[in-house]
Design a protein around this ligand. Structure first.
Ligand code: IPM
Ligand code: MG
Length: 353
């Protein structure tokens, strides 16, 4: 099984090194090939997503992705910015289904800024559509109107087939979990959202076992804080999912704990921590590698059919948390913290124990 390894920028290389340590300890037949991506690629070849990286990505069975971006790239023309690498990979590989679980580990319930009794035991899945919506809709741009005033514009749009396939993915995910699906939209205002809701309702007829509900995105943002336990699976569009998944991550105490998967129609996927490149702490060896290690577990489960190995990694992570090990992002009461590689080593030790 061929894994494309794309560490990227900022803390990307540090956290990826720990995930690879763990994957290599599993005695699976995995072949790793590294590629340049993001600002790291721009610095060397002048493109955030070089053709060679795209070739490597297409040939791989799965991709491990670190993070991209940094302040030094913010003023580049959009096509050269690091974010284009991840957006390009999603689009080019058809990775339309983005799984963003938010799980509160018992040991970390106090790490959240939300009261522990509200978040305890939380286990929800946000399924974000990833290749459509206002992220990719045309036309977009900045134009000068008659009279000389400038105007910026983007286009929110979803085709029926795009909504259908993410809705199916949502219902299937709910079947494997608590059988509740909440579709989030803004149908009280947006045509695209009303259409989304209508199509989801049509698809729902094929899943009579699932309890389907609909929620406006503003209310969903509130409900996530008020009573997150009411949700099992949330399915939503690209833009709303981007925002709600960052919000949901904070229920768990740290964005540094959350893995994600972006899957195509056939189960090939790109796996990345949902946090970014964190340039402020890059190179200091303090970043939390657990989100990336847990992303590796997701890869084993969803793309490589290695459920047992995925279970082992997840159990090892729980064990190090139970042992009291914390990186700075999830540390409470000034407890002593461990660095990136010490955390990776601890997971490795737990895995071997
Ligand atoms: C994410 C990120 C990306 C997004 C950026 C880096 C383009 O915020 O994966 O959530 O907006 O999708
Ligand atoms: Mg985001």
């Amino acid at each position: 099984m061929k894994i494309a390894v794309l560490p990227g920028d900022g803390i990307g290389p540090e956290i990826m090194a720990e995930a690879l340590k763990v994957l290599k300890a599993l005695d699976l037949d995995l072949e790793f090939e590294h590629g340049l991506v993001g600002g790291a690629a721009y610095d060397i070849v002048g493109e955030p997503l070089p053709a060679a990286t795209l070739r490597l990505a297409r040939a791989a069975d799965a991709l491990m992705f670190g993070a991209v971006g940094g302040p030094q790239y913010d003023t580049l023309p959009r096509a050269k910015r690091p974010e284009q690498a991840i957006l390009g990979l999603r689009k080019e590989l058809g990775l339309f289904a983005n799984l963003r679980p938010a799980i509160v580990y018992a040991e970390l319930a106090d790490a959240s800024t939300i009261r522990a009794d509200v978040v305890a035991g939380l286990d929800l899945l946000i399924l974000r559509e990833l290749t459509g919506d206002v992220y990719f809709g045309q036309p977009r741009g900045v134009r000068t109107l008659e009279g000389g005033e400038r105007e910026g514009y983007d286009t929110m749009r979803y085709t029926e087939s795009e909504v259908r396939r993410i809705a199916h993915a949502g219902f299937r995910a709910a079947m494997k979990r608590g059988r509740k699906l909440c579709s989030v939209d803004k149908a009280n205002v947006l045509e695209t959202s009303q259409f989304w809701r209508d199509v989801v309702v049509e698809v729902a007829r094929e899943y009579p076992q699932i309890e389907l509900s609909h929620m406006y995105v503003d209310n969903a943002a509130m409900q996530l804080i008020r009573n997150p336990g009411q949700f099992d699976v949330i399915v939503t569009g690209n833009l709303f999912g981007d925002i709600l998944s960052d919000e949901a991550s904070m229920l768990t105490g740290s964005i540094g704990m959350l893995p994600s998967a972006a899957l195509d129609e056939n189960g090939k996927g790109l796996y990345e921590p949902i946090h970014g490149s964190a340039p402020d702490i890059a190179g200091k060896g303090v970043a939390n590698p657990l989100a990336t290690i847990l992303s590796a577990a997701m890869m084993l489960r969803y793309s490589l059919n290695q459920d047992a190995a995925a279970d082992r990694i997840e159990a090892a992570v729980r064990k190090v948390l139970a042992q009291g090990l914390r990186c700075a992002d999830i540390s409470q009461d000034g407890r002593q913290t461990v660095g990136t590689s010490a955390m990776g080593d601890a997971v490795l030790a737990a895995l071997r124990a």
